[in-house]
Each structure stands twice: as structure tokens, then as C-alpha cells.
Design a protein around this ligand. Sequence first.
Ligand SMILES: [Zn+2]
Length: 359
Amino acid sequence: MILLYKNDKIQPSFKPDATRYTDEELEKMVSAAPTNQSQPDTAFRSMMQAFRRNNMLSTKTKDMAKKEGALALFSMNARGKDGTLFVSSGGSYKATDPEGLLDIMLTAEDYLSLCRLAKAGIPVKLELDVKTQFYTEDLKGYNVLAEIKGTDPNLKEEVVMLGGHLDSWHSATGATDNAAGSAVMMEAVRILKTLGVKPRRTIRIALWSGEEQGLFGSRNYVKNHLTDADTKKSNKEGDKVSAYFNVDNGTGKVRGIYLQGNEACRPIFTKWFEPFHDLGAKTVTIRNTGGTDHLSFVGVGIPGFQFIQDEIEYNTRTHHTNMDSYDHLQPDDLKQAATIIASFVYNAAMRDEKLPRKK
Ligand SMILES: [Zn+2]
């Protein structure tokens, strides 16, 4: 067994685990300057670079451990404490790559205790009982798509899309990342269906797979259906997509929307939020946000948006952890989000023009 000695210390937290945006924080976002990630793909590229760097380090560590004859490797992540484990990387996904070394994430307290004992030269005996399985029969990812058909003879070929990713990490059921987003988008469509609205444009919901490994579901959908192979910009079908709306930031209610640098949409969205000020949603910021499926659309010039959501415990407790289970969902927040998004999607499907493209 291999333990990497870490100097990490558990720091007590003097901040609450769960937070909501304050009015001051939201006001700052309204007047924010555009993020200099004006290149639509920059955020995605830097995310992938960090991802690859981490993978390389982990592969090298495991190679070294194997050479030393280790049976298993123990890891820790100092962000997790009081029972929360941040667990998200099990090794390579390639079918042709060899099985990784057994890698077990320990709580920081247990890990650091073992380190102290080992450092003091005191032998440590551990018993492991690990049951796991590799699913190798079908290595494909699957997106789920559904539509409410448009009814205007001139606009029904055009599409308003909404979605979120359906895949999650293994250490819990993935309630906030991203069952919450998937449920909110399904509920938004259910609301529209129940109301019997007749949208002018077609409304299309997509639940993506493979987001956690690199936005694979949405990127390949956009590449295969909406992108011109030569120019790498949206093709004729892509030009018919008015916008894509995404939810993937946990259980928190909608407080506003990131314009992703698309200033022309500011007055439109500001107006669309007017009926929802009493539900706490009105902030429209020019800023970009990254790390999820709207980037696949933005990358080829289709307006793609992610909503500003209250953090709740997303970064402290649930995102990619063993705590990401049903009990951490906030039903009233999710209902608020579904209501607002149903309205946004309906407005986008009904307006005379598609949403403006970024200059
Ligand atoms: Zn996610």
C-alpha cells in the first residue's frame, strides 16, 4: 500500500456551508465588465487542460505505486471534511487502457492519521474489502431528446433548446450534479405541456451524457447535427437554433442569467425576468460561466446560456462528493427554477425574431 505524505491540515471553517447570493453580490454582477474569456472556447480549453494535467499526475503516481508493488493507493482531498469526500477520478476511460491501480479515497482525518503513524515508523495494518465492476459491454453514451412541436408555419422549423446533463459521479446518486438540472428542465417542459401552449418555434429538451468526462454528449450532438465540418461554425440546422438554456449548478434557485458576452440579449432577458422579481430572479450579467454544456453551443456561435443559481451547499458539500444525494435537494428552489425557465423557453419560442447572435 502506498500513502503519499501530504502536509495538508484540516482548517476549521468559520463560514456557513450553505449560502445564497446577497443583493450586493448580485448588483456587482449586473455592472461587471465582460470576462476576458471572450474566446468562446477558452473556458472549455482551460478546463480540459486542468483535467488532463490531473489525469497525468494520477497516472504517474499509480505507475510508481505499481512498480513499488503496491496493492492499493490511498488518496485524500483537503476540501472534504466532517464526513464529506470529494471523489471524482477513477482513472482512464479508454477501453484499450489497462485497469488502474485500486485507488481509495479516505477521509482527511483517517488519511492524515495513517501518514503520522507511517512517518513515526509505526507499522500500520489495514484490511481492504473492495467490490467493484467494470461495465465494458456498451461503451457508448446516450443523449435523451424530446420535443414540443412548433405551430407557426414560418417558424416551426426553428428550435429553442433547453437541457442539462444526466450523468453523474459514482460516490453518491448525483442529486445536485446533475439530477437537479435534469429534473428542472423536465419540469419546465411538463409545465408547458400541461398548459397546452402552442409555441411558434419547436421546443427541444436534451439530457446529455458524458458531461463529466468532457461535455461529450452535447459537444458531439452539436458537432454531428449543428456544425459545418469546414468552417466549424453553426450549419443550416444550427442557424435554426434560437438559443440553448442550461442548468447545471445544483439545487439553488435561479437568481439571474449569464449573458456569456452576448450584450444584445440583456434588454430581452431583463424584461423576461420582470414577473419574477418577487421570486428573487432579475440579475443579468455580461459575465461568462464555464464548465458545462452551454459551451458546446457557444463554441459554434449559437447563443448558449447558463442561469445564475444560489450556491446552497454546492461547492462545500455536494458537488462531486459522497453527499450528493436526494436529501440535499431544496424542492422550493427547484420549483422556482422550473417556473422561470419554462417562461424563458416559452418567450424565446414566441418572439418574432430568434435571439440575437453575438457580434
Ligand atoms: Zn454537472
